[in-house]
Design a protein around this ligand. Sequence first.
Ligand SMILES: Nc1ncnc2c1ncn2[C@@H]1O[C@H](COP(=O)(O)OP(=O)(O)OP(=O)(O)O)[C@@H](O)[C@H]1O
Length: 273
Amino acid sequence: MNLKIMNKPQDAAEPGTGAAPQADAIRVANVVKRFPGKHAVNALEDVSLAIRDREFVSILGPSGCGKSTLLRIVAGLVPHSEGLVQVCNRAMVRPVPEIGVVFQTSNMLPWLTVEQNMLLGAELRKLPREALAGKVRELVRTLGLSGFENSYPHQLSGGMRQRASIGQILALDPKILLMDEPFGALDALTRDLLNVELLRIWQEHMKTVLLVTHSIQEAVFLSDRVLVMSGRPGRIIHDISIDLPRPRKPEHVKTNPRYGEYIAQLSHIMGVY
Ligand SMILES: Nc1ncnc2c1ncn2[C@@H]1O[C@H](COP(=O)(O)OP(=O)(O)OP(=O)(O)O)[C@@H](O)[C@H]1O
């Protein structure tokens, strides 16, 4: 097995094209995060990464290494202690409309229907409801929620709730999706189906995605690159390009010998076997 572990030079031209480099959607440079207090924690140490426009990048790492903290810092939800975070070339200090965040559990309000939840963002951002109504109808259809527009969250399955949560975020059309274990609470079959759906959405809507996951298979199936973090304080210790053809269909990817090699390589790095 001879797979490359690479740290892409961030200012390099696109390989083989000689073209100007694509813009970075996210740039993190030398970020440190300390949680002060009686039980002070050094969560992140000298984390640097760059994610290009429309790239799909996953982060893997041992439990407690700071993956969610890193994602929340990029989202502007948690301040960093040192270093620089830029989103779309602007320093990140607070949440911005270019970023949508999907968490492991649904953010839906239980007293609102699927459609009302998806329209909620428009109200919070003081956009006219009508501007979003058409888009929400289309999202309901493409996310396989037709017939459930008027259902309440408790009337949906876990997978449907998570699809609706993704719809809530997509309704606002962020350029960048930050996803923290979005399918972690779902059964394997539903997770696989939503992975395929996520790839379709990513391709159709040309988003940049940064995904935190515990699943090596999910990371390899979805990503252009997989970043691996060390134990706490978290640092990026591997940056692995996933050279599998797109569009990716499970039946093609999972029978591709390179898929197995990436899984084996990452399992070895993660100490799974
Ligand atoms: N608000 C906080 N205050 C203090 N410590 C925190 C806070 N948030 C996270 N931490 C600590 O920072 C470290 C990293 O936590 P984080 O949730 O980012 O890890 P993770 O890699 O996402 O973990 P997991 O894979 O288990 O979800 C942990 O030791 C955690 O206890």
